[in-house]
Write a protein that binds this ligand. Sequence first.
Ligand code: SIN
Length: 493
Amino acid sequence: MNNLELGRADLLPGAQLIGEQWRQASDGRRLDVSNPADGRVFASVPDGSAADARAAVDAASAAFASWRATPAKQRAAILKRWNDLIVAHQEDLGRLISREQGKPLAEGKGEVLYAASYVEWFAEEATRANGDVIPAPVPGRRMFALKEPVGVVAAITPWNFPAAMIARKIAPALAAGCTVVCKPAEDTPLTSLALVRLAQEAGVPGGVINIVTASRERTPEVVDVWLGDSRVRKITFTGSTPVGKHLARRSADTLKKLSLELGGNAPFIVFDDADLDAAVEGVMAAKFRNGGQTCVCPNRIYVQDSVHDAFVDKLAARVGALKVGPATDPASQIGPMINERAVSKIERHVQDAVARGARVVVGGRRLQGADLASGNYFAPTVLVAATADMECSIEETFGPVAPVTRFVTEAEAVAAANDTAFGLAAYFYSTDARRIWRVSEALEAGIVGVNEGALAAEAAPFGGVKESGYGREGSVHGLDDYLHTKYVCQGQL
Ligand code: SIN
């Protein structure tokens, strides 16, 4: 199976971790993993079952008492070792990410450090889960608010950042004293297994992290077990809004705590007082990272009338020069999309936009060729004359397509930006200090980028409003999502 030329073959365990043991699926079924660049199967993992999901909760539940009682400093030391191991294996992990997810190797290696930054951050936060001593309103009492781990956490992660999303969920859970059952996306299970292998090596005790890999068909039976089990006290999920709503509905019976990082439909506004070159670079960073397959990608670009044409010219020149190719080619800046379904959706959005009056300035089609064997490639695209009724304005395209709309007034741009059910990220470029505060406050989003396209950082709270979900990842708030507050009142003093 080690045809990836990894430095360490054991980073591909080909098994799922339940308790102390790397195991096959209860009925031996396997799930093939293919390379989105050429469509070829290059590895396989267990196709986990309901029985495996139950065994994972049994193990996580059994491990909880001793893990929560482990001093925070010790938990922090284990997380620090995990961080160090992730950084030390940047090359192998980067290759795994690129191979199963398709992003160019430099980006894959960048994601490894991004993932590690969350592990390091939460290693440090583990020792700061402080409670409060509350001044009592009556004599003879002492009042305290204690922070306690919520219990067993089920983490369900997406394919677009196979390392970072696992790290962003498991690290705060462990820092808080929770134990975890995890199901990575069916397209990208390998990176998560490698990370869990390194966590084990770092000293995470058996049962504290359990991972079940499952195919698209078997995912519902695995997740259903976790949703129905009252020992699972929290679900943390990154993925689509319909799935997030399903998880919220099904968590109601056992009233689980939820963190839902769901779809975005990010607006990106360029005002006429903006530094246009900086705004173009902002779109390049935010829109074309990971081939446009991020929840925080600008999906709708609004440009003020007087700078519209100059902006589009500059953007089209940059986008037209992007090099598309397989992750293995060091020159590639945009890799393949994750699968055929993803490319079909992008194609549908572009065709719908054109049918409704948009014009393709650059790109606009699938790419084929000898080095683009899988057919999962789409040309980086700029559209103009995008309107609110187009599919690309209503839902995330999740691909390298930048639809541009002309606007006249600030009020018009802000109203258009907020005219969506979603509210994850929003961006704008302006040099007017008063406008900057006015628009930052008016945008309905959990994350706002002002004159900046690269926003995510381990020290910052990441999450949405409206139908983009709730809960925050990263920052002090990211730890709090795995804790509850217990009030202790001592009387008769
Ligand atoms: C996501 O697409 O869900 C995460 C993007 C990021 O971490 O910047």
